[in-house]
Design a protein around this ligand. Structure first.
Ligand SMILES: [Mg+2]
Length: 127
């Protein structure tokens, strides 16, 4: 399943329950937006379920729910995640040549790492 399909699934659910996003990215700082606050809260709730799960099944359920509500939050602020995902993917792949943090095992950014220009990608979606 692609990210586009996941977005379409969440969007279909949101439409079915009368949760309509703005369609284009909201200006920032954002005006009060009940739908984005709702989804921000749902992300917190699912994150708690994920962190406090006692079984693999419960943790997997929390992880999938977290993906679902995170996509819902993106929809609630009018952002199409796919092009931003692609930019983040490309940036992450450059970390393959980066050093490894000896304490955490995390792959670190290599010298000259370029962060994806998320702001520019959001601006493009406003047009
Ligand atoms: Mg859940």
């Amino acid at each position: 399943m692609s990210l586009e399909q996941a977005q379409a699934d969440v969007f279909a659910f949101m439409l079915a329950v009368d949760q309509r996003g703005p369609g284009k990215p909201l200006p920032y700082p954002m005006q009060a937006n009940e739908l984005s606050f709702l989804y921000q809260h749902l992300v917190d709730e699912e994150h708690d379920e994920f962190q406090n799960a006692q079984t693999l099944a419960d943790q997997v359920d929390g992880a999938i729910d977290l993906i679902w509500v995170t996509i819902g939050w993106l929809e609630s602020v009018g952002v199409n995640a796919s092009p931003i995902w692609e930019a983040v993917r490309l940036a992450n792949m450059t970390k393959v040549s980066g050093p490894i943090d000896p304490v955490t095992g995390k792959r670190l950014k290599p010298p000259g790492f370029k962060h994806p220009d998320v702001a520019a990608l959001i601006d493009q979606q406003r047009k």
